[in-house]
Design a protein around this ligand. Sequence first.
Ligand SMILES: Cc1cc2nc3c(=O)[nH]c(=O)nc-3n(C[C@H](O)[C@H](O)[C@H](O)COP(=O)(O)O)c2cc1C
Length: 164
Amino acid sequence: MNLEDLREVVLTRRNIKVFKPDPVDESLVLSLMEIAKFAPNHRMTQPWHIVFIGPETRRQLNHKADFGGAPLVVAILSEGAAKDEDRVEQIVATSCFIQNFLLLAHTVGLGARWTSIGAQPQNRALLGVPEGYDVLGILGIGYAAEVPHAKDRTPIADKVRHMP
Ligand SMILES: Cc1cc2nc3c(=O)[nH]c(=O)nc-3n(C[C@H](O)[C@H](O)[C@H](O)COP(=O)(O)O)c2cc1C
C-alpha cells in the first residue's frame, strides 16, 4: 500500500456536475460496489441497497440539471432499524459504503454527482422506498466533462480538542 497514491485519490475526487455522454457499464459499477461493500458496518448489517434508475423514473424525478447528463443514475438506500441510534449506525455504514464507491470509481476515471433529492417525499414514493429506510443520495455516474476545483477545507487542528 502506498500513502501517496491513496492521498492522491482522496484529494482529487470531486463532486462532478457535468458528464460526457459516453456510456458506463452497469457491470463496472457493480464490480466497484463488490469492493465498496467491505465498508465498516456494525453487526454486519450491510444496510446499503442500490436502485438503478431507468429513463422513465429519471424523467419523473425531474432533477433540475438531469444529473448533469450522467449516463447512469443510481439511488443509494440505507435500511431502517427499530431504534433511532441503530438507524444512525446504518446511515453511517451506508455512508462509508458510498465513500468507498466514490473513491474506487475515481480510480477508474468515473465521477459522481451526489444529489439529495431522494429524500423528498414524492421521490421516496416514486422509488418505492420502504418505511424507515433513508435515501442517502441519488448519484449521477459517468465520465466528467468538467472537473471542479477543490473547495478549501478547515484545518483539522481547528476541529480537534483534547480531553484530560
Ligand atoms: C449527504 C450529502 C448530500 C449532498 N447533496 C448534494 C446536493 O443535493 N447537490 C449537490 O450539488 N451536491 C450535493 N452533495 C455534494 C457536496 O455538495 C460536495 O461533496 C461538496 O460541495 C464538496 O465538493 P467535493 O465533493 O467536490 O469535494 C452532497 C454531499 C453529501 C455528503
